[in-house]
Design a protein around this ligand. Structure first.
Ligand code: E4P
Length: 217
């Protein structure tokens, strides 16, 4: 499973890359707004620290505007992926951008039917949102299972399932068991994945037992 960082912090990306974890980055308008910087500067900086796909989301709601924004953002770096919403206009923009060989991430996917249409429109990635479905008492992971099952029936489909809106390590593990291609997670969840209290306790115990051993190490 590939792991993307869902965020705009260059230092997080740099740090987790050193551990070999980061295969790409996703952002959205809320994430970019929090940085207080222009989207072009944020995306260029992220592309400067990773060769993996970096998703930059359009804010137009009509296909024409999305295509123009997408073409502009795609010129920032060769690894920029254009994120469009899962609407008729978004899918029209997806189809047009893909004709231009620009990678597209279709976001805000909340049903298997929507995911299938994103794949038909040639999406490079489709992003179903787990946490936001759970927030309204619907089963976010059940959606991932359904989409993975459908995509498995059609090996010629090139669209990758990018599990988004992840809130816990358990969700990542469950999505991996289902065969989802990618999980995008906030740096906080990535840090939580790494930790286990028995690992810390084990190190303490080993160091304490080692105290009276004479060694050249
Ligand atoms: C993914 O690309 C989205 O940016 C993100 O996962 C949304 O997560 P949220 O529901 O926690 O805002």
């Amino acid at each position: 499973m590939k792991i993307f960082i869902d965020g705009a912090n260059v230092e997080d990306v740099r740090y987790y890359q050193k551990l070999g974890f980061v295969d790409g980055v996703t952002t959205n308008p809320s994430i970019i707004a929090k940085t207080g910087q222009p989207i072009e500067a944020v995306i260029a900086a992220l592309c400067g620290v990773t060769d993996g796909p970096v998703s930059a989301e359009v804010i137009s709601t009509e296909a024409k505007g999305m295509i123009a924004e997408g073409q502009k953002l795609a010129r920032l770096a060769s690894n920029v992926v254009i994120k469009v919403p899962l609407t008729a206009e978004g899918l029209q923009a997806c189809y047009a951008l893909r004709q231009d060989n620009i990678d597209v991430n279709v976001t805000l996917c909340f049903s298997a039917a929507q995911a299938l249409l994103a794949a038909k429109a040639g999406a490079t990635f489709v992003s179903p949102f787990v946490g936001r479905l759970d927030d309204i008492s619907q089963d976010g992971l059940a959606l991932i299972s359904e989409i993975c099952l459908i995509f498995e029936q059609y090996p010629a489909l090139n669209t990758e399932v990018l599990v988004a809106s992840i809130r816990s390590p358990q969700q990542v593990v469950a999505a991996a068991k289902m065969g989802a291609h990618i999980a995008t997670l906030p740096a906080k969840v990535l840090a939580q994945m790494l930790q286990h209290p028995l690992t810390e306790k084990g190190i303490e115990q080993f160091l304490s037992d080692w105290k009276n051993v004479s060694s050249d190490l």
